[in-house]
Ligand binder design. Structure first.
Ligand code: CA
Length: 224
């Protein structure tokens, strides 16, 4: 499950990234809501933690945009504004929950799990995805080429799922690093290249469907 943390206070953001990563969530951090919109449009997060007072686009404005586009991704507001009016306003703007700062990681974890349970998994992430004769099932984390199961590592599976969900979309190495690896130690783009190379090998002839864009990144093009 991928969690997007939109928080401009760097220390808190990093603390959340660290805490949630150790709870086995994949985490992407954003210091402002404008950057975050792009990630939401790509259907990347399964849940969003949203600070309200941000530089540029404000938390509630962000929420309005997301909900206007019928994005149903669960949003939990995390805010130092703890008045009843603030909480009601947040929920009315389309937040699923509201967590006043400061809060414990235990409470945050419980709120996240409850929100994910209610959402029943993001629609973009349920059901088998088919691209050409390559199938990916996010529930069982199984992948197959022409009906034959292939054995992938966790990261290879995540890479393939991302590719087949967004055919013809260009992913830069940095996007892949942020999305698949999230907050993990120092990683270089060679990590992405190495995993793509392994994934290609395991896909056999279908490995050619992962196109390299020199100096940019990769995209999935079935049948090409
Ligand atoms: Ca803030």
């Amino acid at each position: 499950m991928q969690i997007l943390v939109i928080e401009d206070e760097r220390e808190l953001r990093e603390l959340l990234e660290y805490g949630l990563t150790s709870l086995n969530f994949k985490v992407t951090g954003a210091g402002n809501a404008n950057d975050a919109l792009i990630l939401v449009e790509e259907g990347i997060p399964d849940l969003i933690l949203l600070d309200l007072m941000l530089p540029g686009l404000q938390g509630l404005q962000f929420l309005d945009i997301v909900r206007r586009k019928n994005q149903t991704v669960p949003v939990i507001i995390i805010s130092a504004r703890t008045g009843e009016e603030d909480i009601i306003k947040g929920l009315e703007h389309g937040a699923d929950d509201y967590l006043p700062k400061p809060f414990s990681m235990r409470l945050l974890e419980a709120k996240i799990k409850a929100a994910l349970r209610r959402a029943g998994g993001s629609p973009a992430h349920s059901g088998t995805i088919v691209s050409g004769d390559v199938t990916v099932d996010p529930e069982s984390r199984r992948a197959a080429v022409a009906g034959e199961a292939i054995q992938l590592t966790q990261k290879e599976f995540d890479l393939l799922s991302l590719f087949v969900r967004k055919p013809e979309k260009v992913f830069t190495r940095n996007q892949l690093l942020n999305t698949i690896w999230g907050y993990e130690a120092e990683l270089v783009s060679r990590t992405v290249d190495a995993h793509v190379a392994m994934l290609r090998k395991k896909l056999g002839a279908r490995g050619a469907w992962i196109k390299t864009l020199p100096k940019i990144g990769y995209l999935w093009s079935a049948g090409g």
